[in-house]
Design a protein around this ligand. Structure first.
Ligand code: C2E
Ligand code: CA
Ligand code: CA
Length: 560
């Protein structure tokens, strides 16, 4: 495993960030040791949780609590064997042991990656030579290499076997496959732990049945199993998976057992086996929620996505401090008079090296990692500042609509933040329109209602964004005092293409108006859209037909 290659081109901080995302993706505790100084130079979250921070300590202080390197230090003797299992587990947990492998750190130095492997058995695993002997006689598994529940190999054994096979047969192609049982937790919850155990034993038997004594499979932890196999074509792997899936689903238990498989095709044989398993696991996660897919190959794209994500996460705080996020405004026009009547505030990231990054590339990520709270507050403040400057210039301010993400409803004191801003800039709340996406109305309507009622009382103007994009209907928002619905672009496109669809849009607009809601259409791109919307009594339009989102100075060219 060469971290230098993976993090090429990144500065030290960026490289550490990428390594963090790789080494925190799995479930094991991992420590990296400088091979010549014995110093611990990296630990992942799990390691920190388990043994506290050990950065800067010498490895022997941590693994063996000795002041000098141990005699026969496994790290020193790692020269000729690529993997060793030591006996230091008693220091942390009787049922755990460390697995060591050679890697190259991002700075080019030789390093050792130590991964804590939990064992199901108290007996120690013996070290290197013993292990090699053992692989000659795989029929006799040591107690410590067996998973207590299923009696198949455990993951310590799997790591050793997979590593020695894959590294010593360079002329053959190998794949590592991991799988788990969909919604296994439900089985435990609904039918009890003993039923859950029965299922796991059954899956263990299926693997034993399929592979016999070859020892190329294991129960990794809870409901996660793995195997590795040699292959010529990808279809060879799929066939084996299909066979296993079939056996598992035609089980003796009286409920469905579905499984999701992730496949990692081994390329760089220097990647530690636990990371190969993590990659296969990442692939298996992509099949979840898709009943038509039961297996997926690990794709380098995932790694690239991960790199991209970690770069964005690495840059985002600095970007906010350095004001790289810019407010763009997209005008809204009244359809009857074509007069400018508002604008939506949309974020753009003016990245110093990557250029303008559109919101689709960062908003969904910020919504996941929570940074959206900070970005949105920044955007709202930009909007309030703009409104204040218009007032100071003696203009009648045009209301600005800001986006409120799902995160705010659950995590923040939305009302206080917004009230704080309107007070700070001394503007009337009615100039700030709040766009709340339709799907939020399905989440927890009661809670949302409480939040919205309070905002409404304070004088903010509420808009339901992306209306028609999901399953919500006027019925759902009937009881919530919103002011406006914004008809979603895709809804508009798909419906007005057909005569029946046009009737649906017309009726939607009619009903909204009967409920005294204002109607905005977004994504208005063509003259045909405009004509249709005018006929259907839609009030306001926003879209490329009129204008694209633009920076403030350009927006100021509009006369108002
Ligand atoms: P949205 O709230 O539905 O915003 C409307 C999006 O439609 C904007 O994309 C806008 O540029 C685009 N659009 C407007 N007119 C047309 C048109 O005629 N044709 C087409 N094809 N597109 C049109 P944008 O700016 O890329 O923003 C995408 C989404 O990102 C927004 O969707 C919103 O959900 C989110 N977003 C953008 N800025 C922010 C922000 O500051 N905070 C939050 N929470 N979300 C934001
Ligand atoms: Ca919006
Ligand atoms: Ca929208």
């Amino acid at each position: 495993m060469n971290f230098g290659e993976i993090t090429e081109g990144l500065d030290v901080e960026g490289a550490k960030h990428v390594i963090d995302s790789i080494l925190n993706a799995g479930f094991s505790a991992t420590i990296v040791i400088n091979r010549s100084s014995f110093e611990i130079i990296y630990e992942n979250k799990k390691a920190r949780e388990l043994i506290g921070s050990k950065i800067g300590c010498a490895c022997h202080e941590v693994f063996c609590t000795k002041e000098v390197p141990c005699q026969g230090c496994p790290i020193v003797s790692l020269e000729n064997t690529s993997i060793l299992i030591s006996k230091y587990e008693e220091l942390f947990d009787e049922k755990a042991t460390w697995v060591f492998s050679n890697i190259q750190w991002f700075d080019g130095k030789d390093a050792i990656m130590a991964t804590l492997v939990k064992l199901e058995d108290k007996q120690n695993i013996s070290i290197s030579n013993d292990v090699i002997e053992l692989s000659d006689d795989k029929r006799n598994l040591r107690k410590s290499e067996v998973d207590n529940l299923t009696n198949i190999p455990n993951y310590a054994k799997f790591y050793i076997d997979a590593e020695s096979t894959i590294r010593s047969n360079l002329d053959k192609q190998y794949a590592i496959i991991v799988f788990d049982i969909d919604r296994f937790k439900n089985i435990n919850d609904l039918y009890g732990m003993s039923k859950g155990d029965e299922v796991l034993k059954f899956v263990g038997n299926v693997l034993r049945d399929t592979f016999g004594c070859s020892g190329n499979y294991a129960r990794m932890h809870s409901d996660m199993f793995s195997f590795y196999m040699e292959y010529d074509r990808k279809i060879d792997i799929i066939r084996v998976i299909e066979k296993i899936r079939k056996k598992i689903s035609s089980n003796g238990v009286d409920f469905d057992l579905n499984t999701s498989f992730g496949i990692y095709l081994v390329q760089d044989r220097g990647v530690p086996i636990n990371l190969m398993c993590d990659r296969a696991m990442v692939a298996s996660k992509t099949t979840k929620g898709d009943v038509m897919r039961f297996c997926a190959f690990y794709d380098e794209q995932y790694r690239e996505d991960m790199l991209r994500i970690s770069e964005i996460e690495h840059d985002m705080h600095k970007a906010l401090e350095e004001r790289q996020f810019q407010m763009y405004l997209q005008p809204k026009f009244r359809l009857d008079t074509e007069a400018l009547c508002g604008a939506e505030v949309l974020a753009r990231w003016l990245h110093p090296s990557k250029g303008i990054i559109p919101p689709v590339d960062f908003i969904p990520l910020f919504e996941k990692n929570g940074f959206i709270l900070k970005l949105d507050e920044y955007m709202w403040e930009e909007a309030c500042k703009t409104l204040r400057s218009w007032i100071d210039e003696g203009r009648e301010p045009i209301p600005l609509s800001v986006n409120i993400s799902r995160y705010h409803i659950n995590h923040n004191n939305l009302e206080n933040v917004l009230m704080g801003l309107v007070k700070k800039y001394d503007i009337k709340p009615e100039y700030l329109h709040l766009e709340i996406t339709e799907s939020l109305f399905l989440d927890n309507p009661e809670e949302l209602n409480r939040v919205l009622e309070r905002l409404k009382k304070q004088g903010f103007f509420l808009e339901v964004d992306d209306f028609g994009s999901g399953y919500s209907s006027l019925n759902l928002i009937r009881n919530i005092s919103v002011d406006t619905i914004k008809i979603d672009k895709d809804f508009l496109d798909s419906e007005i293409a057909s005569e029946k669809g046009q009737i649906v849009v017309n009726h939607t607009i009619d009903m909204a108006k009967d409920l005294r809601l204002q109607v905005i259409a977004e994504g208005v791109e063509t003259k045909a859209h405009v004509d249709f919307l005018k006929k259907s009594r839609c009030d306001i339009a926003q879209g490329y037909y009129f204008a694209k989102p633009m920076p403030l100075d350009e927006f100021m060219k509009f006369d108002f």
